[in-house]
Design a protein around this ligand. Structure first.
Ligand SMILES: [Zn+2]
Length: 368
């Protein structure tokens, strides 16, 4: 009887700490069940989503032949394979290290040249797999995570380990009160596709890391922009647009809110040359404006005609210069930003999951 009790306890414990697999994605025991359930609904929605029109930009960026559910799901599970919870700590206990591994001899992204420790990595991206790969490459050590008894090593950014937090499910961010409404699935899937893109790229753009937004941008100073035309913000936006265009059960306000999310994604794509030119002009205009004001102030205080003449001539010169700068700034409005695409091919060792295989995995999960 006692043995049975111990055995039952052991079984209960093992099931409490077991990963849950769904459609090719493994959910670590640290992910709260409510979040696992919501993500399972999202993945099912994605797979079963009846795409009647494929977004051409999504096709071009993802490289998919058709943007239907099965293909989109396959694209996602090739880049997202493990989901870990917010409570999962990157400590000695959870990190596995392997000394013998050779990384490709390519440069690191700028953002990772300065990163010194494993902990700082989490602030850069929630695609932990890519972060582990890059820190490993920098330190010439193969890092991995101990996930429910399995050691998963980051031999490529395609290891696909995402850390998912409460933020993705918060009620105030929901487009519909119901956590599992299609509009919420579409919005969360946009984020998943964004994170999935961080599993792509090579050399100095491995992981398509974010750039710091330039001055004048709504997210000025934050690492919430990108320079390429096919990075995480763009890909997340076009994937979400493809899904919202095909969402038959989304209401008109929900579609409007989703479109606003897509526009926000595109607003993060910045031509840094163009924005720095604009910033320089704006700062010069400001300086000239202040100088004119100063001279005008001095004019009021001066009664000597000769000095007033000098001030007047100076003001005239400054105003001419100011007009020229304003014309230059105005002309910049017509200059189209140049954002070039980057090669999305990942580096390191990984194997591509075939479409047939991901369909089989998904169908098996749906049958349960
Ligand atoms: Zn990102």
């Amino acid at each position: 009887m006692k043995t049975l009790a111990v055995l039952t306890l052991a079984l209960t414990m093992s099931s409490a700490f077991a990963a849950q697999d769904f459609g090719g994605i493994s959910f670590h025991s640290s992910v709260p069940q409510e979040q696992v359930d919501a993500l399972k609904i999202d993945i099912s929605y994605l797979y079963q989503n009846p795409v009647t029109k494929s977004d051409p930009e999504f096709l071009a960026m993802s490289g998919l032949p058709v943007a239907d559910g099965a293909n989109m799901h396959n694209w996602l599970v090739n880049r997202v394979k493990h989901v870990i919870g917010e409570g999962f700590e990157l400590n000695e206990e959870n990190i596995a290290v392997w000394l013998f591994h050779s990384f490709p001899k390519t440069p690191l992204p700028d953002a990772f040249k300065e990163v010194s420790g494993k902990e700082e990595v989490t602030t850069i991206m929630s695609n932990i797999g890519t972060a582990l790969y890059l820190v490993g490459k920098k330190e010439d050590l193969l890092f991995g995570l101990k996930l429910d008894g399995d050691k998963v090593y980051a031999k490529s950014s395609r290891v696909g380990i995402l850390q998912v937090g409460k933020g993705l499910f918060l009620e105030r961010f929901r487009l519909n009160k119901d956590l599992n409404a299609p509009a919420n699935s579409v919005s969360r899937l946009g984020t998943l596709f964004h994170e999935a893109r961080h599993s792509d790229g090579n050399s100095a753009h491995t992981g398509f890391t974010h750039d710091i937004c330039p001055s004048g941008h709504a997210y000025e100073g934050h690492a919430a922009c990108e320079t390429s035309s096919n990075g995480s913000y763009s890909l997340g936006a076009v994937a979400e647009r493809n899904l919202l265009q095909n969402c038959t059960s989304c209401s008109v306000p929900e579609l409007a809110a989703l479109s606003a999310g897509v526009a926000d994604g595109f607003s993060r794509v910045v031509d840094f040359n163009l924005s720095s030119k604009r910033a320089v002009l704006e700062s010069e205009i400001k300086t000239y404006g202040e100088l004119i004001e100063t001279y005008e102030g001095m004019m009021i205080g001066s009664t000597v005609p000769e000095i007033r003449e000098i001030f007047e001539a100076e003001i005239k010169k400054l105003k001419t210069k100011l007009d020229l700068l304003s014309v230059e700034l105005e002309a910049l409005k017509d200059v189209k930003p140049v954002n070039l695409p980057l090669d999305p091919t990942p580096e390191g060792k990984y194997s591509e999951l075939a479409l047939k295989k991901s369909i089989k995995l998904m169908n098996k999960s749906l049958e349960k």
